[in-house]
Design a binder for this molecule. Structure first.
Ligand SMILES: Cc1cc2nc3c(=O)[nH]c(=O)nc-3n(C[C@H](O)[C@H](O)[C@H](O)COP(=O)(O)OP(=O)(O)OC[C@H]3O[C@@H](n4cnc5c(N)ncnc54)[C@H](O)[C@@H]3O)c2cc1C
Length: 501
């Protein structure tokens, strides 16, 4: 390997793959390790997956870290703001037909979450307390009113938000920015990964038979995982036994005049459909299990759901491999993006996991003086992140209240639950202080207790009522008025996007 004598800091890093994961990694590496030569190899023949258009607030952290302004990147990528995700049709309990999962806001944490939890506890005792999440959160209110997440300057509380964007345009934009930062872009298709004496990667061979060498390799080659799963034979842990969906069909539809600041996730017969608003179109997709419905029928159902039965809009069919590698960093290789694993996109977490992977790797690699000293710690941390997200997604299916067909019944009957998810469900039913027990037991690493409570209370997972004459200790009208007044500090989403004055 080509290291300097004083330090093990690599001189050359090669990123293999130019999808969103590859170009994000390129920007982060080039903006921090200015003395390392960073190159990115992508294949003109193979192309990128081209979906993945919703984010969590982590994406804002990424843009802030690499110094890219919303005013520049958002219009280039037809991007919109995202206050959270609304879930429709996941529960058949009356009054719980839909709920909103908002991103965190300071007003909630300081003022409204304690009231939510207090009412949940009262409802768990069988009292007729209002414990539906839609009454408690600022961003739920903003979404109902079609307001964006950026307040006027005088509003003293922080509000977290994500984005929707065109994945292909974002890749192109990040590519330009990385090249401006000095990243070398190389076109070619890998035909062989060359290993050295100790099993580390020394080079990749391209289709023109040339060799590209480097000291460290970042595998961003998508589901193929050419380096990590291919050459280094990383073992792979499939999540198939408790996440049944393995395919998606995708198609656009016309955007509405008022652009909603939310992703919509609607349960369908054998999976769910996303609706993601961009400035020029809605991106839609039906995520389903091919064990329960054929691709043709899934496409028909999505067309019907979108009112596009008679339209000639083209659909794209995709396969998904759901699970993760055991080692995300092994020898001189780091896997980022689909090459390290994927959890179905119900909460749009893939880019957040990629970012977590790159930023934690950089920290551990630096702290270990550019050796593998902290690789094991890192792998445990990233596995815990993946498994925490998996548990949260699995819970959406496990507690579903639909009994209309085998897909939903099999999901509800699924008992392949992790120990942590079983504990969370146990605390939901039995704890006097759900949030505290989550923290004490270290269960809030990927999703906060508030998010778990939104999901479980949003589905109406409560015991039967035994008292209808419950007098709440909280004034719900006062709470609604507080949230309404907070909302007066926010602007229409279209105005934030400069689509209206
Ligand atoms: C149905 C679906 C919906 C999704 N929705 C979301 C979402 O809402 N939010 C979210 O965050 N994520 C989502 N994702 C995940 C998201 O799409 C990916 O995490 C993201 O696009 C990053 O992909 P990638 O860069 O790892 O891989 P890809 O985009 O597949 O890029 C792979 C790269 O590797 C290169 N390559 C492959 N083989 C070779 C070779 N032999 N030689 C050279 N180069 C090669 C290709 O040229 C390409 O540049 C979704 C995924 C799916 C399947």
């Amino acid at each position: 390997m080509n290291m300097t004598s004083e330090t093990k800091k690599p001189k050359k890093i090669l990123i293999v793959g130019g999808g969103t994961a590859g170009w994000m990694a390129a920007n982060l590496l080039a903006s921090r390790w200015k003395d390392i030569e960073v190159s990115l190899l992508e294949s003109k023949e193979i192309g990128i997956i081209g979906v993945g258009e919703g984010s969590t607030p982590h994406l804002k952290f990424f843009f802030d870290t690499v110094g890219l302004e919303e005013s520049e990147w958002m219009p280039r990528c037809n991007a919109t703001y995202k206050n959270g995700i609304s879930f429709a049709g996941w529960s058949s309990i009356p009054g719980y037909e839909s709920y909103f999962h908002p991103f965190p806001a300071q007003t909630d944490d300081m003022l409204t979450v304690p009231i939510f939890f207090s009412n949940i506890y009262a409802r768990m005792q069988g009292n007729n307390a209002n414990a539906h999440p839609d009454y408690y959160f600022l961003e739920t209110h903003l979404t109902k009113k079609n307001l964006g997440p950026i307040p006027n300057e005088t509003f003293p509380f922080g509000v977290g938000y994500g984005y929707h964007f065109d994945a292909t345009l974002l890749g192109q934009f990040l590519g330009e920015k990385a090249i401006d930062r000095g990243v070398n872009r190389i076109f070619g298709t890998v035909t062989e990964v060359v290993l050295g004496q100790y099993g580390a990667i020394t080079a990749v061979r391209l289709d023109d038979d040339s060799l590209l060498d480097a000291d460290f390799f970042i595998d961003c080659s998508g589901f193929k995982s050419l380096l990590m799963q291919g050459a280094l034979k990383a073992s792979y842990k499939s999540f198939n036994d408790n996440l049944f969906n393995n395919a998606a069909v995708v198609m656009p539809s016309a955007i509405s005049e008022n652009i909603p600041p939310e992703t919509r996730a609607t349960a369908l017969s054998n999976g769910w459909a996303w609706k993601i608003p961009l400035t020029n179109r809605f991106g839609n997709g039906y995520v389903y299990s091919s064990d329960y419905i054929t691709p043709d029928k899934a496409e028909q159902e999505l067309r019907q759901h979108l009112g596009l039965l008679d339209s000639d809009t083209a659909a794209r069919h995709l396969q998904m491999k759901v699970g993760r590698v055991e080692k995300h960093w092994d020898k001189n290789c780091l896997a980022v993006g689909l090459s390290q694993g994927f959890i179905e996109p119900l909460e749009a977490t893939a880019l957040a996991l990629s970012l977590e992977t790159i930023t934690r790797f950089m920290k551990h690699y630096e702290n270990g003086a550019y050796t593998n000293k902290f690789a094991e710690t890192f792998n445990k941390e990233i596995n815990a992140k993946f498994d925490g997200v998996r548990d949260y997604i699995v819970c959406h299916y496990k507690v579903n209240q639909r009994k209309d067909n085998d897909y939903w019944r099999d999901n509800a009957a699924n008992n392949h639950l992790s120990e942590s998810l079983s504990k969370i469900l146990h605390f939901w039913w039995n704890s006097k202080d759900f949030a505290k027990d989550m923290y004490i037991n270290n269960l809030g690493g990927s999703y906060q207790p508030k998010s778990w409570a939104c999901l479980l209370a949003g589905y109406g997972i409560f015991p039967s009522l035994n008292s209808n004459d419950y007098k709440s200790m909280h004034d719900m009208e006062q709470l609604a008025d507080f949230i309404r007044k907070c909302g007066l500090n926010f602007n229409p989403h279209n105005k934030l996007l400069r689509l209206s004055s």
